[in-house]
Design a protein around this ligand. Structure first.
Ligand SMILES: Nc1nc(=O)c2c([nH]1)NC[C@@H]1CN(c3ccc(C(=O)N[C@@H](CCC(=O)O)C(=O)O)cc3)C=[N+]21
Ligand SMILES: [Mg+2]
Length: 280
């Protein structure tokens, strides 16, 4: 029997705990405040922005949503970021990725104060994470760690294979797993004998952005499978990077899509905003 890791349910628990912390902050006159900046129109991004807004309101975080036109220049965006960097009433700043082509994501990521970097994408925070002294966590990898912990899935000493080397998921996931004493392998599009490597995994984290790519052949029986993918298949249905039906009665645990990793990402974004407000 394969157990589905219920991220939707755990996210609800996380949010209810955060509600108490924001109440304590508010009693001290501190309103946790998160600024979310979206540039241009991206239907996928709009869904995330909406979900974030709803979660923030529920937990007592004030979310300031800024929707800038797709023609916004890099300098305009940087000026806005600087304004919020300096505003003591703002505890978290998130610039929704991807950005339009006239804006350099690297420049923007570095412009956000590391102290307000709720995504954990600033090179300073990435460096601290890799050195084992994290000051901020990338939300998706952190959400995955919380989900595994909630189901008492041990990572120490385990073979963890991560498919994908993105700055948002794969690389920081590897760092977090190493910090928790896992033995980590990162695979990517140039990896040879891919399935032979992924079949070594006790825990397989898949973040490659290819719908239903991971079949039974890639997974050792009894492995834990974490699916970070969000893709639309030919029928327009939301599917992960993992072929779900192949995993049932094959994997020991599986994160569903939707309802697995996604809701945890948002819950961790809220948690980090509260943590930053508590530090202020
Ligand atoms: N600066 C930045 N930080 C991000 O964290 C970031 C980003 N840019 N750009 C886009 C990606 C993607 N992302 C998601 C978060 C939650 C869900 C989510 O809530 N998913 C739900 C609902 C899915 C649905 O209803 O369609 C689920 O999986 O159950 C999805 C995707 C954050 N991202
Ligand atoms: Mg999910």
């Amino acid at each position: 029997m394969t157990v589905l890791l219920d991220g939707k349910k755990l996210a609800t628990t996380v949010r209810s705990k955060l509600k108490e912390r924001t109440a304590t902050l508010r009693a001290k006159g501190i309103i946790p405040r998160l600024v979310v900046i979206m540039v241009g129109d991206n239907s996928a991004s709009a869904v995330y922005v909406r979900n974030k807004k709803r979660a923030a309101t529920e937990v007592g975080i004030e979310a300031v949503d800024l929707h800038l036109p797709g023609t916004t220049s890099q300098d305009e965006l940087l000026a806005l970021i600087d304004q919020y960097n300096q505003d003591p009433k703002v505890h978290g700043i998130l610039v929704q990725l991807p950005l339009p082509q006239q804006i350099d994501e690297k420049v923007v990521t570095q412009a956000i104060s590391p102290l307000k970097d709720v995504d954990g994408f600033h090179p300073m925070n990435v460096g601290q994470l890799f050195m084992g002294t994290p000051q901020a966590f990338p939300c998706t990898p952190r959400g995955i760690m919380e989900l595994l912990a909630a189901y008492d899935i041990e990572v120490a000493g385990k073979n963890v294979v991560i498919m994908g080397r993105s700055n948002i998921v794969g690389r920081p996931m590897a760092a977090l797993m190493v910090n928790h004493d896992a033995t980590v392998t990162i695979t990517h599009s140039k990896t040879q004998n891919l399935a032979a490597i992924t079949r070594q995994a006790d825990i397989l984290v898949v973040a490659i952005g290819r719908g239903e790519f991971v079949t039974k052949d890639f997974v050792k029986p009894g492995a834990v499978v974490v699916d970070v993918g969000m893709n639309h298949n030919a029928e327009g249905k939301l599917v992960g990077d993992v072929k779900r039906d192949d995993m049932l009665d094959h994997a020991s645990y599986l994160t569903p899509v939707p309802g697995g990793v996604g809701p945890m990402t948002i819950a961790m974004l809220m948690q980090q905003t509260v943590e930053f407000a508590e530090r202020s």
